[in-house]
Design a protein around this ligand. Structure first.
Ligand SMILES: Cc1cc2nc3c(=O)[nH]c(=O)nc-3n(C[C@H](O)[C@H](O)[C@H](O)COP(=O)(O)OP(=O)(O)OC[C@H]3O[C@@H](n4cnc5c(N)ncnc54)[C@H](O)[C@@H]3O)c2cc1C
Length: 323
């Protein structure tokens, strides 16, 4: 039986943007794995999205996809609607020490535009996601976290209501936020320290070099796989002890370079899992679970997934999942 996307099947809901059925997600996430979703919707404007959500049937789950740089989509795909804001939501505007960005703007482009305008959001340059994903995940690096620079977020909820919250009204912790599950971030207001533009652009170059030197940046990956057990925040991050860092625990368990099929614990950074070419989502996830088991055996520490995993598992005939 065909599942109806909208509440009232007799009402012809008009919407702008692109709605596709049975759409591949493997081609639009960084790891390059995963099955199809039932529907993919790319709205044209805020009001389109609000209207669409307002008519969406209550039983249809939805997932908001940014750049897919922190994500494993399982091989069975996602049963429901994936919403991807797309290029209509990428504008970035700078004024004084403030940056106003729509949610699908890339972190790297925000960092560069801010630097050209003498605003320091340089840490964002090497995070490969969108700013919507960065707020949701409280992304950070080089001692700076998104929450430290956030002033305001505009969102839309499942009923199609558009609303705005200040950073103080939201709670952020290490790699997480209290952004409600049904909220789709539309726009953010950020602030950064004012500094000379050439200095900021030079810092960006240093960060890019550093990143390319230490992480598998040119590969199919989803970034850091596990949270650091030290639970570092922007403040604690300065005093992190290396024995509580996920990569060190994985390294000491002898897992650097270990493979399941085409999924590998990166040789360059052991908290990254990489797809060497034709890995399945199951191989990547099972490799992650193996790492968790081995680290627990060696150190008594159970690593917690940082990467978001969505969708359905596929069990090949005559095989047993490691989960
Ligand atoms: C090479 C590499 C390096 C990385 N380095 C870092 C790093 O240094 N620091 C760091 O913190 N992360 C890092 N990451 C992880 C990742 O880039 C960040 O978590 C990023 O913020 C995710 O953004 P995204 O747009 O790709 O989100 P996605 O992966 O698409 O989604 C992540 C989560 O955000 C939600 N989301 C996305 N957009 C929206 C929206 N508009 N509204 C509501 N929810 C939304 C999704 O539903 C999901 O829950 C790295 C990843 C890679 C591949």
């Amino acid at each position: 039986m065909e599942i109806e996307l909208f509440k009232d099947p007799n009402l012809a809901v008009t919407y702008h943007g692109v709605l596709k059925k049975d759409c591949s997600l493997g081609s639009i996430n960084w790891l390059g794995v995963g099955g199809n979703c039932d529907w993919l919707y790319q709205p044209k404007s805020y009001s389109d999205l609000a209207h669409f959500l307002n008519h969406l049937a209550d039983e249809i789950p939805y997932f908001v996809l940014g750049a897919g740089s922190n994500l494993i989509v399982r091989d069975g795909g996602y049963r429901g609607l994936v919403i991807r804001l797309g290029r209509e939501f990428t504008s970035i505007r700078c004024k004084n020490n403030r940056v106003y960005a729509k949610a699908f703007a890339k972190d790297s482009q925000i960092a560069t535009k801010a630097a050209e305008n003498g605003i320091d959001l340089t840490f964002l340059r090497t995070i490969p996601g969108t700013i919507g994903g960065a707020v949701k995940m409280n992304a950070g690096c080089y001692g700076a976290y998104l929450a430290d620079h956030l002033l305001r977020v505009t969102m839309v909820n499942r009923t199609g209501e558009i609303y705005s919250l200040s950073a103080e009204e939201l709670r952020f912790s290490y790699r997480s936020s209290s952004i409600p599950e049904d909220a789709i971030i539309l726009e953010v207001e950020l602030q950064g320290e004012r500094e000379d533009s050439p200095k900021l652009l030079a810092r960006i170059e240093t960060y890019v070099d550093q990143r390319n030197h230490t992480q598998p940046t040119g590969t199919k990956t989803a970034g850091s796989t596990f949270r650091n057990p030290s639970g570092c925040s922007s403040k604690l991050g300065q005093n992190e002890k290396t024995d509580r860092l996920a990569w060190k625990l994985i390294d000491d368990a002898g897992l650097r370079g270990v493979r399941i099929g085409d999924a590998q614990v990166s040789k360059k950074h052991s908290n990254f899992l990489v797809n060497l070419g034709n890995a399945t989502a199951a191989q990547v996830e099972n490799l992650g679970e193996m790492v968790r088991r081995e680290v627990f055996k060696k150190h008594g520490v159970l690593l917690e997934w940082e990467i978001i995993r969505i969708g359905e598992l596929v069990y090949p005939e005559n095989s047993r999942s490691l989960n």
